[in-house]
Design a protein around this ligand. Structure first.
Ligand code: SAM
Length: 274
């Protein structure tokens, strides 16, 4: 892990966040994270004090996760590219995995290079890499980038998954700035966008992981800038994931839409005949 990954970006760092070492064996890793992210460090003797912080970076023997505080809080969210429902050994193929691959234009041997400008928990990036795409992941939240980096380091140790992880690169960066700094020879074929969408209904079937991300990050309010920059650098298409009934990301009408059960992918071609 590099220091750069931990550079706090004030717009995203939540003041009410602490690092929690679940066991003494995790203290060294937890205190490194706390120091680099300039956050308070707590251990198992501080359970009561930890309740002052709505969210905790949860360091246990399994990895670096995110958890609500409180004794009755659900299990931490931990990115796991190997096991678990989202991992490689989880459901290997599903309709939604096919849809994201179709949306970016994966077809047989044709595996475009993808810049995933909103990496989040890395699920879409991992699906695309497992279909053969080289994926540059960008994540601006230092907490989410930390969880992703930790998950990649664990996954690369698994012989079956290491080949997929080799196609994933992660950078902690604001994607609009990153894209503006790209030289034309480094432009990706596809830019993939899945920004946080303002959640209106508390009863919506938002998955636990997404609820926690919403609590940590709120909505992404600069999606227009992200989209406009993406259109300038994607040599083939920009793909935007949206909730099913959400408006498009801009006034521009997509050229094509791939519909899923609860969401859709709006496709904007940036060159003819793609
Ligand atoms: C809805 S989540 C993405 C989920 C992801 N597609 C997945 O499969 O797990 C959106 C993520 O994009 C990140 N993000 C939003 N705008 C960004 C930007 N301009 N640059 C980098 N990351 C951004 C947010 O911090 C958040 O973690």
């Amino acid at each position: 892990m590099t220091d750069a990954l931990f550079q706090p970006q004030s717009q995203n760092i939540q003041p009410a966040l602490a690092v929690f070492a679940v066991t003494d064996a995790c203290l060294e890793q937890a205190s490194l994270i706390a120091r680099q992210m300039q956050l308070p460090l707590l251990g198992h003797a501080d359970l009561r004090a930890s309740e002052e912080f709505p969210l905790l970076i949860w360091v246990d023997g399994n990895g670096v996760g995110l958890r609500q505080s409180g004794r009755k809080a659900p299990n931490p969210v931990l990115i796991d590219f190997v096991g678990g429902a989202l991992g490689f050994r989880g459901k290997r193929s599903s309709h939604s995995k096919e849809l994201v691959a179709n949306a970016v234009g994966v077809k047989g041997e044709n595996t475009p290079t993808v810049l995933d400008a909103t990496a989040g928990l890395g699920r879409d990036a991992f699906i695309l890499a497992s279909r053969g795409c080289q994926v540059q992941m960008l994540e601006r939240s230092p907490v989410v980038a930390l969880m992703l980096e930790d998950a990649l380091q664990r996954a690369v140790r698994d012989a079956e998954v290491a080949g997929i992880v080799a196609r994933l690169r992660l950078q902690h960066a604001n994607a609009s700035e990153f894209m503006r700094s790209l030289a034309p020879e480094d432009f990706p074929e596809v830019v993939y966008l899945d920004p946080m969408f303002p959640e209106r209904s508390k009863t919506a079937s938002v998955k636990k992981e997404m609820r926690l991300l919403q609590q940590l990050l709120g909505a992404d309010l600069d999606t227009q800038e992200l989209f406009e920059t993406a259109l300038k650098v994607a040599t083939r298409r920009v793909v935007v994931k949206r909730p099913k009934l959400a408006p498009c990301i801009s006034d521009l009408k997509p050229h094509h839409v791939v519909e899923g059960k609860s969401g859709r992918f709006d496709i904007y071609h940036t060159r003819a005949l793609d």
